[in-house]
Design a protein around this ligand. Structure first.
Ligand code: AMP
Ligand code: FE
Ligand code: FE
Ligand code: ZN
Length: 295
């Protein structure tokens, strides 16, 4: 049984339509796929149909953008983005809908600010970015990357990220209009969903070497209702995985593994490259009261 609980479509920053993602999942031998577009449930209806057509299972999800506010040992407040997977929340829950709509609006404004910063140096305009997005898609930096690729300045999204955002903060604008991580966990639970932190400690989210793992931050999230960790993900380093597994065992939490697929051209991540056990999927289903999986 291949269960992959994290994927994206053109409803956010994936490169393939929902139907194509499910067709590719079938081809990759995936038996159950969660669609988890950034801050939106727009793809769920098409996913239901596509999953039925392909004869595979579908778990509705959202990758919720949040911002953590964590006090360092020296008392300084550290703010950083945390992606929270929400499985099977009620898509009509008013407070959740409101927060997602606010995040989508704020993502758009933030992307415009980033385009203003890079426009002169890289010769692109806002319209070039809009041209890369389907109507109603969640805005994100990959759309800027796609616009630059179209201009012939780069070949792959990761080349753009490496040059523009991973070397300095010059062109980076944080996502400020998104919920606090703890509030988001509580909100997902109140909408009947199951919050699992996406790619924990990945991509620059690790404390500096020698600082130890952020036990207090994780215990705070667990106390707020965090259900588990996406441990097996290509961006999570091996020693982080070990620490996460031991934390999960200690607190009796769910552990998952997923691809975080963004399409054949979006990222190197391949469908089914990491998977979740049937037992862990079962635990997610047992905790969820907001929506139905199609299995
Ligand atoms: P944003 O949502 O605007 O903060 O952009 C972050 C998104 O960009 C993530 O959700 C990933 O899908 C994507 N991303 C991050 N790093 C890379 C990379 N190196 N190559 C391609 N896509 C990336
Ligand atoms: Fe993404
Ligand atoms: Fe993510
Ligand atoms: Zn993702």
């Amino acid at each position: 049984m291949k269960i992959d609980l994290h994927s994206h479509s053109t409803c956010s920053d994936g490169k393939e339509s929902v139907s194509t993602v499910f067709a590719e999942a079938k081809r990759a031998g995936v038996d159950v796929l969660a669609l988890t577009d950034h801050d939106t449930t727009h793809g769920w209806a098409e996913a239901q149909v596509a999953a039925k057509n392909e004869g595979i299972g579908f778990v509705p999800g959202i990758e919720v953008t949040t911002r953590a506010h964590v006090k360092n040992p020296d008392g300084e407040l550290h703010k950083f983005g945390v992606h929270m997977l929400a499985y099977l929340p009620d898509p009509n829950h008013e407070a959740l809908k409101y927060v997602l709509e606010e995040s989508v609006l704020s993502r758009e404004k933030r992307l415009q600010s980033i385009v203003e910063l890079i426009a002169e140096d890289y010769g692109i305009e806002w319209q070039d970015v809009l041209d890369e997005l389907e109507d109603g898609a969640t805005f994100g930096r990959p759309a800027i990357a796609d616009a630059l690729i179209k201009k012939g300045k780069f070949r792959y999204r990761n080349e753009v990220f490496a040059e523009i955002w991973e070397q300095s903060n010059k062109y980076y604008v944080p996502n400020r209009g998104v919920p606090d991580t703890i509030d988001a966990i509580q909100l997902i639970r109140s909408a009947g969903g199951v919050p699992i932190i996406a790619h924990p400690l990945a991509r620059g989210k690790r404390p500096p070497k020698g600082a130890g793992f952020p036990v207090a931050h994780f215990e705070e999230m667990i106390a707020a209702g965090l259900a588990g960790f996406e441990v097996d993900h290509r961006d999570v380093e091996e020693d982080s995985r070990e620490w996460l597994r031991s934390m999960a065992a200690k607190h009796d939490l769910i552990v998952t593994g997923s691809s975080d697929y963004h399409g054949i051209d979006g990222k190197p991540n391949r469908l089914g490259e990491n998977t979740t056990t049937q037992e862990m999927l079962q635990r997610i289903l047992e905790q969820a009261t907001g929506a139905e999986a199609l299995l």
